[in-house]
Ligand binder design. Structure first.
Ligand code: GUN
Length: 278
């Protein structure tokens, strides 16, 4: 079993961004918008802001009360769209239920949509225009991590467990773009094991701790764990690492796998936005 070391690759990517940014006259700038005080979200956005500082980007954290009116948030985003010095805008999800996620995402200028969630960018991903599109951070991070270990997805059975908007759906399209045979399982899938068992590359993004057990995994499979949950005060993933690592050829740890890659790809997307806007 080999570890897919996302922490190490993220560090390498951040180092190269930092070197590149040194020669820039103006620093790339990311604005992170957080609504409410969900503790996990707060940790994530602070990580993102810190990562900007680490590589020499400027950043700004705009916080709103959880009962903020939708229109106030939409107006704020429109103002950020107009600001010349803002390259990237990220609205942390999930949003409170009285706010329409789709309205908020649609309001972001696609050229500043470093999350890649705007229909314009999702559409480019769907149609295969990967050069121009902003690819959502977690799917892109997973692809770069596989690339780093020379794991080609072409012709492979890739099984994605979890069909969410942030990871499962865009990841399925990204994997399909690279000629994988993709199956996407979700909570209404009749027999998940039927799919996971035949996967050469198994990716779980559900947030259900220890969902993926050894009997569900093919010998020699590559296993990617996107889950982050807290169980008895400890950070764990979707994968029962102890048993599954006995069968997998490659596996991501939690923490230190996909998580750091998601932050690194956010920086890459912000750099891309900066360059495209020059
Ligand atoms: N919440 C969990 N993951 C993400 C992400 O990648 N982007 C945003 N905006 N919110 C998230």
């Amino acid at each position: 079993m080999n570890i897919l070391d996302g922490k190490a690759l993220a560090k390498k990517i951040k180092h190269s961004i930092k070197e590149e940014v040194k020669s820039f006259g103006r620093k790339p700038k990311l604005v992170v918008v957080l609504v409410g005080e969900d503790q996990a979200s707060l940790v994530y956005v602070k990580n993102k802001v810190q990562a900007c500082a680490d590589v020499g980007f400027s950043s700004q954290l705009d916080m709103f009360e959880k009962d903020v009116e939708e229109n106030v948030l939409l107006d704020h985003i429109r103002r950020l769209n107009e600001q010349e010095d803002v390259d990237g805008i990220l609205v942390q999800l999930p949003l409170p239920s009285h706010i329409s996620m789709h309205k908020v995402i649609d309001a972001i200028d696609p050229s500043k949509d470093v999350d890649g969630f705007h229909p314009n960018n999702m559409g480019k991903l769907f149609s295969g225009d990967l050069e121009k599109a902003f690819i959502p951070c977690t799917p892109l991070g997973i692809k770069l991590l596989l690339d780093e270990y020379n794991i080609d997805v072409k012709g492979k059975n890739v099984c994605i467990v979890g069909a969410g908007f942030i990871v499962g759906k865009p990841l399925s399209m990204l994997m399909l773009s690279y000629d994988a045979t993709v199956s996407v399982c979700h909570k209404y899938t009749k027999d998940i094991v039927e799919y996971t068992k035949s996967a050469d590359i198994l990716i779980s993004a559900t947030g259900v701790p220890f969902l993926i057990r050894d009997f569900m995994v093919k010998d020699g499979a590559v296993v990617i764990d996107v889950g982050i949950s807290k169980v008895n005060g400890k950070i764990v993933g979707d994968v029962d690492f102890e048993s599954v690592s006995q069968k997998a050829s490659f596996i991501t740890p939690v923490p230190g796998g996909v998580g750091p890659m998601t932050v690194a790809t956010l920086l890459l997307n912000t750099l891309k936005a900066y360059k495209q806007r020059l």
